[in-house]
Ligand binder design. Structure first.
Ligand SMILES: Cc1cc2nc3c(=O)[nH]c(=O)nc-3n(C[C@H](O)[C@H](O)[C@H](O)COP(=O)(O)O)c2cc1C
Length: 386
């Protein structure tokens, strides 16, 4: 089980063994030729530490404050849609593990558990990730629900004007609501633990795995779980939609998927409280630069006027320290905690968070730095690409 995992890679390998191909590929893989996904990792590996020695780090701490909220570590769980393919009630498991670890959790619009139940059953600091379409009525319904359920921040994902090109999903017959074809059926039978503990258990308790937050207004009638409004003309979104969101959402508003300094400035101008520098873990635009390579320019452009959050490619505490030292105010992980969920449900997510926490703390000690606030570029040796 997850206690035997000594790093995220151990969890990754165990997750691969557990999952049928259709679910594994959706978790693990990127868009097209996965150039950006590989670049995310390669970029972290090109950044090296320049440690200081004989620094008293005995009082070191990972505690870190964001939006006036104190967290036990400077990282959290990124939104992942269809997480319910990886363990039973995954959205609740992820949120609970984050609450126990004292870190934030972002629930995806595309969750298999309705946002109200996650809020009720999990506790902790929860944010809601919004996939919005040009259908403002549908967007507003989601936003109001997130507000009423107590979500503290709205994270608007903007790097999906159209769906990504992920050819393996087509080959595997991946679809939500989940569809069973001959190949998936055989693969499911070859992964009996997943079949019984995840798929059949979900099927028996809440029906065919499907998105639970989205609905449509068809001729005045709200049709639950209809995806058409949710996807309608997403390619027509622009900054005026953010300005509109700002008028209906009084809590923290973050833009996720920012990869250009100019867009971070536009986010500020349109009333955002923060941006998430992210290339969606290499799952959207293949050929985009590594997220960590664009981070410094965005941090510079923002100039401390709002927090800059970061995700994409984080697999080790060292990656978290590097992103923070480059100016990120907080770091998020997508796949790392889903590997944990796949192996061992909530306990597996807790294991992933604990591994990242202990690695981060150890690296901080080894470079001679006692707190997140002290981390900066002086601890790094950067390649020319950054
Ligand atoms: C299976 C999976 C589903 C995802 N679903 C969403 C989503 O619904 N909304 C979103 O904004 N990002 C989604 N993402 C992207 C993550 O929020 C995050 O940007 C990415 O995973 C970070 O890269 P990493 O996996 O290398 O940590 C998803 C990622 C994965 C792996």
């Amino acid at each position: 089980m997850s206690a035997d995992a000594y790093n995220i890679e151990d969890l990754r390998q165990a997750a691969q063994r557990r999952l049928p191909r259709v679910a594994w590929d959706y978790l693990e893989r990127g868009a097209e030729d996965e150039v950006t996904m590989a670049a995310n990792r390669a970029a972290f590996e090109r950044i090296h530490f320049e440690p200081r020695t004989l620094v008293d780090v005995s009082a070191r701490t990972l505690r870190h404050t964001l939006f006036a909220q104190a967290y036990k570590a400077p990282f959290g769980i990124a939104p992942t849609g269809a997480a319910g393919l990886y363990c039973f009630d995954a959205d609740v498991a992820l949120a609970r593990a984050a609450a126990t670890a004292g870190v934030p959790f972002v629930l995806s619009t595309a969750s298999f558990v309705a946002m109200e139940r996650v809020a009720k059953e999990a506790g902790g600091n929860k944010w809601f990730q919004l996939y919005m379409s040009k259908d403002r009525e549908a967007a507003e319904r989601l936003v109001r629900r997130a507000f009423d359920a107590g979500y503290e921040a709205l994270v608007v994902t903007t790097d999906v004007p159209v769906g990504a090109n992920r050819e393996y999903n087509l080959r595997n017959g991946f679809a939500i609501p989940f569809r069973i074809n001959a190949r998936n059926m055989v693969d499911g039978l070859l992964h009996p633990r997943w079949l019984t503990q995840v798929f059949l258990r979900t099927l028996l308790t809440s029906g065919v795995p499907r998105f639970q937050n989205v609905d449509s207004n068809v001729g005045g009638r709200i049709i639950a779980k209809d995806l058409s409004a949710f996807r309608a003309r997403r390619d027509a979104l622009d900054w005026s939609d953010i300005a509109w969101l700002r008028t209906i959402w009084p809590r923290k508003l973050l833009i996720k998927g920012v990869m250009a300094a100019a867009d971070a400035q536009l986010a500020l101008q349109h009333g955002a409280d923060g941006v998430v520098v992210s290339n969606h873990g290499g799952r959207q635009l293949d050929g985009a630069r590594a997220a960590v390579d664009v981070l410094p320019a965005i941090v510079a452009a923002v100039g401390g006027r709002m927090p800059v959050l970061f995700d994409s490619g984080v697999r080790r505490g060292a990656d978290i320290v590097k992103a923070l030292a480059l100016g990120a105010d907080f770091v998020f992980c997508g796949r790392a905690t889903l590997y944990g969920a796949s192996v061992d449900g909530e306990a597996g997510v807790a294991r992933a968070l604990e591994l990242l926490r202990s690695e981060t703390e150890r690296v901080m000690a080894l470079i001679g730095c006692s707190s997140v606030a002290e981390l900066d570029r002086r601890y790094l040796h950067l390649p020319d690409s950054v």
